[in-house]
Write a protein that binds this ligand. Structure first.
Ligand code: AMP
Length: 311
């Protein structure tokens, strides 16, 4: 079993109302790998520059993640992203995106990465996602993320790759923008008609919703009194969600299994936002993950008392 992820490996500069970091390890594939490595051997695919230091590699290798397909580009500089959050963390403004080594990136997957049982296409240019998708012919579950930028400037390519995956994981607003539908229900059902058998709508601090066939499941975000930095929450969620699927190679990937996967994604994402960047998830333990999954189960289950209603 193994899980391949293609996406950004980055250095981020982030400012939130609770502090800032001028340069910290980030990137969608990094956050994903840190979470997914609780479930399976993860193989990130992506380029870094010569400035990507040993400490970053060591973090990436947490819980046995294999970095053989992380390409160090000679003379290159690692992808850099910088963003600032509003006072209630509801909005994020991107201040700078420097593609650097991503500008000329052509994903080359080792045989091991191509043979992955499960594949996650993190948010990168959709043509690159498709390129990787086509190389992983054995994957029994492929999920992907994207962002408003690609909906705007690479719409056709994005829809093409969506048609080749099993699950699309996207923010609610992006789903509505992508499909030009006025409600989340309509937007998710539209995407299901394009090919995927599941859609996960990320609802930020409100949690996430799952759509499969005619079924629906939703979980609130884990209740936290304090959030320090939401950067990477979506990718950490995806790491927990997709990782859970990877950890069940002999089970049918149905609504029930994906609902349980949602709980792991939600629990992992809740830890990610407690500190800056990868800081919290780097030292997270499996017991802590299980604790929050159990909490979520308790918090969201209720019994029905069939009270007589007045006509
Ligand atoms: P999230 O908060 O889940 O949207 O993920 C944030 C991470 O995505 C950061 O660590 C960034 O390095 C990375 N990121 C930001 N913009 C892009 C982009 N245009 N392409 C790829 N990765 C990005």
């Amino acid at each position: 079993m193994s899980l391949t992820v293609v996406g950004s490996l980055a250095y981020d500069a982030v400012k939130t109302p609770f502090g800032e970091r001028e340069r910290m390890l980030g990137g969608a594939a990094t956050h994903f790998a840190l979470a997914a490595s609780f479930f399976d051997v993860v193989r990130p695919v992506g380029p870094v520059g010569e400035d990507f230091d040993e400490a970053s590699f060591a973090t990436l290798r947490t819980r046995g993640t294999v970095t053989d397909d992380v390409e160090v580009v000679a003379g290159g500089k690692t992808f850099f992203w910088s963003g600032v959050y509003s006072s209630n963390l509801n909005e994020r403004e991107t201040l700078d995106t420097q593609l650097n080594v991503f500008e000329s990136f052509e994903p080359k997957l080792s045989q091991e990465s191509q043979d992955a049982d499960v594949l996650f296409l993190a948010n990168i240019q959709p043509d690159l996602q498709l390129h990787v998708r086509r190389q992983c012919t054995k994957a029994r579950f492929v999920a992907m993320d994207s962002m408003n930028l690609w909906i705007d400037i690479a719409n056709e390519s994005l829809k093409k790759v969506i048609g080749t995956v099993d699950c699309l994981i996207l923010n609610d607003e992006e789903l509505e923008q992508l499909t030009e539908k006025p409600t989340l229900q309509q937007a998710a059902r539209e995407v299901l008609s394009w090919g995927p058998r599941a859609v996960v709508a990320k609802l930020g601090k409100y949690g996430a919703a799952l759509f499969t066939g005619d079924d629906f499941f939703a979980l609130p975000a884990y209740p936290l009194a304090e959030v320090i930095d939401p950067t990477g929450a979506g990718d950490t969620f995806a790491g927990g969600f997709v990782g859970y699927v990877a950890a069940h190679p002999d089970e049918e990937i149905d609504h029930q299994l994906l609902s349980r996967a949602m709980a792991y994604g939600t629990a992992l994402a809740s830890y990610n936002v407690e500190e800056f960047g990868t800081e919290r998830v780097e030292r997270l333990t499996s017991d802590e993950v299980q604790e929050r999954v159990a909490d979520l189960q308790r918090m969201t289950a209720f019994s029905v008392d069939p009270v007589a209603l007045r006509a």
